[in-house]
Design a protein around this ligand. Structure first.
Ligand SMILES: [Zn+2]
Length: 315
């Protein structure tokens, strides 16, 4: 997958607060508010601080200028949700009004936001923007490909002003994408029907390269195994239901199999994924813990850091 960046930017300050590369194609847009009337430079220096543990792909100030803080090929740390930020382009917009205005944004910022989103959609092959204001559709991008930070965290982001403007933004972006203005190609009534090609008898399927076991696949399988809501997006509910797993504890728990598959996909070799935590599993977990600055004891303790890293909850 090759990624490009917007040519609409007039300021660039790449933040260290990012994960490179993103692990999912770009198919979602998440608009955020800065909760302040920040300049692009002020927002850039905030995101330049590693202690802030925050970033966005783009920022827009109240004059309508656009900045890039995290390249599109990388995941920003923006929406309190790794799965979302891996698939979304995140955009922070400055507010020329405070909380009492629902974090109002200027008309210039709004115009730039619409132009930028249309540009992102075109370059990433997003044909149409879809918004239903329905949190239960997270990840179902054929039905809804925009999200809001307030779904993932106890925040008002993007503020009521932008939230209520989502339908307007969708309409304006889709106009630019020409989504409604493509008449169906006329059918040609005079073309005779082609004779149907007889189907070939039973050529055996070629072995295909197995699809990569992604973090979303992993999170869904874990959620199934621990009886959490299965949506592929880990949050506090999922974390609270995690169990302690090691070679000696819960070593045939249903969650062992997805951990083995996921560690294998990350090239921490677990051997054959058989659902049993044995010495090879123990060794792979320890190596994974080492490379993620966790206590390297081979024990994936319920609710603790190794689980958070596995589930993408640590920024
Ligand atoms: Zn936000």
């Amino acid at each position: 997958m090759s990624y490009t960046n917007s040519s609409l930017i007039s300021y660039t300050k790449i933040s260290p607060n990012r994960t490179s590369p993103r692990n999912h194609v770009i198919d979602t847009i998440t608009i955020h508010c800065m909760a302040g009337n920040m300049t692009l430079e002020a927002c850039g220096s905030l995101f330049a601080n590693p202690a802030a543990q925050a970033s966005s792909n783009y920022g827009i100030d109240s004059n309508g200028r656009i900045a890039m803080y995290v390249e599109e090929k990388d995941r920003s740390w923006c929406s309190s949700n790794a799965a979302n930020d891996n698939r979304a382009i995140t955009i922070e917009v400055a507010n020329d009004g405070g909380a009492n205005t629902g974090w109002h944004v200027s008309d210039k910022a709004m115009a730039s936001l619409i132009t930028l989103i249309a540009d992102i959609c075109k370059r990433n092959n997003i044909k149409e923007l879809k918004w239903k204001a329905d949190k239960s559709l997270i990840g179902q991008v054929d039905k809804q490909n925009m999200t809001v930070h307030r779904w993932f965290s106890a925040k008002s982001c993007p503020g009521d002003y932008l939230y209520n403007k989502y339908p307007y933004i969708v309409k304006e972006v889709n106009k630019k994408l020409g989504t409604d203005s493509n008449p169906a190609a006329p059918t040609n009534p005079t073309t005779p029907e082609k004779p149907t090609v007889p189907t070939k008898p039973t050529t055996p399927d070629k072995p295909t390269t197995p699809a990569k076991y992604t973090q979303i696949d992993f999170i869904k399988d874990v959620q199934k195994a621990i009886g959490a809501k299965v949506d592929g997006i880990a949050g506090n509910e999922t974390l609270a239901k995690t169990v302690t797993v090691s070679m000696s504890i819960n070593n045939t728990h249903k969650v062992v199999l997805p951990i083995q598959k996921y560690l294998n996909s990350l090239t921490f070799n677990c051997g054959t994924a058989d659902g049993i935590a044995g010495p090879i599993f123990d060794n792979a977990v320890k190596k994974f813990q080492q490379s993620n600055s966790c206590i390297s004891d081979g024990e994936i303790t319920a609710g603790e850091k190794t689980w958070k890293v596995l589930l993408g909850l640590l920024y």
